[in-house]
Design a protein around this ligand. Structure first.
Ligand code: ZN
Length: 575
């Protein structure tokens, strides 16, 4: 492709709305274009890279026996009502009505559609196992779309669904997909860490997230360098502090004026924060969005409440619980903002972190203005309606597997695999007949890759202050020939010959034949991040060119023939 003919508009300035490198660089290179908040289109260079990522995914999915299909983004509400997710998915589900008032959504995922296909088409064990996938546009009505392709409302996703006879079959399918994902992300040039994850609104028992390590990622992961433990902090199990063998002391209310935070109370009483109980107050909602109860959650004072674990303990959707209005809750339950403790609360659900059960003589709010209670003990003084691990595993806490101190890192979730089990086949009636003509539920898994997010993650991991540094495999073009003076006959001829020879060898090559200053061309070449640059300038008269890799600082002067064979070799090796 000749750059003079290509639709390309690069930007010198950093667009206002963009904060992170991938967003800035994808806009500056003109690869993506914003339509409205969280909705982007792809221009020629951006679309080429997207197609490369898609093709890598296709090859690895097909290698595992996946069959590609393509379903509509528009999905009827009835299927989502059957699975129970029309309500459970909440406000992120992009809903719409047709002219007759019938409800639809723009699919954020396709479990219902694929389950519907197999319940209609699969009848016998002989048809299993099966893996169907698609690469398709998805929608999620994000409250705060941000970071460009990282959290957008429209995005391209590969979603695959496996259908097996039993759990053992699902294990095989799941491991195959896990293996395919390792290969896909490695081929895209991403450093990825698979971590145990929560299954969230998708459901199911077991899940791994593939996290591209990056400081700007929104996933926080905890990992252990001593053993293989790695999990999102939402999911990571915590080790309870050992039970105390202190004698239980009598409860005693003490005046603790103006001590609304755990830090205040601990300082005032001269105690470690780990000797206190922290209260967090919530309200829950029913299917119609009406308030249906209050929740008081308790963790040790120095711990942080893990919302995902709290939501899982209740088995309710994320949008069905939020922080309570303290004044309203006080009237109903007897809690007192800043001085809430578990003893004497009424008309609300007490959810207690498992660690508190074994600890003794802690300080908690007295449910009286300016008072706390000393020597509060689980079992004697209060009990929980639910007792569960509700804590966040913090950096330095003990690894739940081996006990060594855990580390934290941030990453971008580029893929996730789920063992769904029979969640959807049960609610939607997807069955097959076994050898004995007995009806059995189909056992499912589902496997997603954010294609557009993967593109952003690649840029996050591969750039410098001058622009993108594409890995060969997903670069929009392999080689850029920077022709310094298109009006110089010798230069034009060398550039043109190289262009033709490279193209003939199957190398994707851009020829910068624009009538621009050399400085502009070099800046654009660095910004666009094409892996190999061949500069054709004054030396062309002697048959020489300058050869440079975008990722290296060094350039070398070579004959045009040498540059040609060197470029072909590296492209074939790395593409
Ligand atoms: Zn460990």
């Amino acid at each position: 492709m000749k750059l003079s003919k290509m639709h390309l508009k690069t930007l010198r300035e950093v667009p206002n709305e963009a904060e992170i490198s991938s967003h800035i660089l994808l806009l500056r290179t003109g690869m993506i274009r914003k339509l409205v908040s969280g909705v982007y289109g792809f221009m020629p260079l951006g679309w080429r890279s997207i197609k490369k990522i898609e093709n890598i995914i296709r090859e690895e999915m097909d290698a595992k026996g996946g069959q590609e299909i393509h379903m509509s983004a528009v999905q009827p509400a009835e299927l989502w009502e059957e699975s129970g997710r029309w309500y459970a998915y909440g406000p992120e589900l992009w809903r719409l009505k047709d002219r007759n008032g019938r409800d639809f959504c723009l699919g954020p995922t396709h479990e219902e559609i694929f389950t519907d296909i197999v319940r209609n088409d699969i009848s016998s064990y002989r048809q299993l196992p099966m893996n169907l996938y698609q690469i398709q546009t998805k929608y999620r009505d994000e409250a705060r779309p941000r970071f460009g392709l990282m959290r957008s409302r429209e995005f391209i996703m590969k979603d695959a669904y496996s259908f097996d006879r039993d759990e053992a079959g699902l294990d095989v399918s799941y491991n195959e997909m896990y293996d395919a994902y390792d290969k896909i992300f490695a081929r895209c040039g991403l450093k990825c860490r698979p971590v145990e994850a929560d299954s969230g609104a998708i459901g199911g028992s077991n899940s791994h997230e593939f996290t591209a390590i990056s400081e700007v990622g929104e996933s926080e992961i905890a990992y252990c360098e001593k053993c293989n433990m790695a999990a999102t902090t939402e999911r990571a199990k915590c080790v309870d502090a050992p039970a105390s063998n202190e004698e239980m002391q009598p409860m005693e209310d003490v005046l603790t004026p103006d001590t609304k935070t755990i830090e205040d109370v601990a300082n005032f009483l001269g105690l470690e924060q780990s000797r206190t109980i922290k209260a967090l107050l919530f309200v829950t909602y029913d299917n119609e969005g009406k308030e249906n109860g209050y929740v008081a959650a308790f963790v040790r004072g120095d711990r942080e409440l893990n919302m995902t674990k709290l939501i899982n303990a209740f088995d309710i959707p994320e949008h069905a619980i939020e922080f309570a209005d303290e004044a309203k809750m006080a009237a109903a339950t007897g809690c007192v903002g800043g001085f809430t403790g578990p003893v004497g609360l009424h008309d609300c659900k007490l959810v207690v972190d498992s660690e508190l059960v074994g600890l003794r003589n802690l300080v908690a709010g007295a449910n009286r203005e300016n008072y706390h209670t000393k020597n509060v003990n689980y079992g004697r003084d209060y009990e929980g309606h639910i007792v569960a691990d509700l804590k966040v595993l913090k950096e330095g806490d003990s690894c739940p597997v081996c006990g060594a101190p855990v580390k934290h890192a941030r990453g971008i979730e580029v893929g996730q695999v789920f063992k769904l089990g029979t969640k959807y086949s049960e609610s939607m009636g997807a069955t097959y007949k076994d050898e004995n003509q007995k009806e059995q539920l189909i056992v499912m898994g589902c496997y997603g890759i954010g294609v557009t997010r993967t593109l952003a993650a690649v840029v996050e991991q591969h750039h410098d202050e001058n622009g993108i540094i594409w890995p060969m495999s997903v670069a929009p073009y392999h080689v850029i020939i920077t022709l310094i003076n298109p009006d110089d006959e010798a230069q034009a001829k060398v550039a043109d010959d190289l262009y033709k020879e490279l193209s003939k060898a199957g190398v994707e090559v851009l020829l910068d034949d624009r009538k621009e200053r050399p400085g502009v061309k070099f800046k654009d070449a660095d910004l666009l991040g094409i892996p190999v640059r061949i500069t054709v300038g004054k030396l062309a008269a002697d048959g020489q060119v300058e050869y440079k890799l975008r990722r290296d600082a060094d350039k070398e002067v070579l004959t045009a023939e040498e540059a040609l064979s060197k470029a072909i070799a590296i492209v074939n090796e790395e593409k």
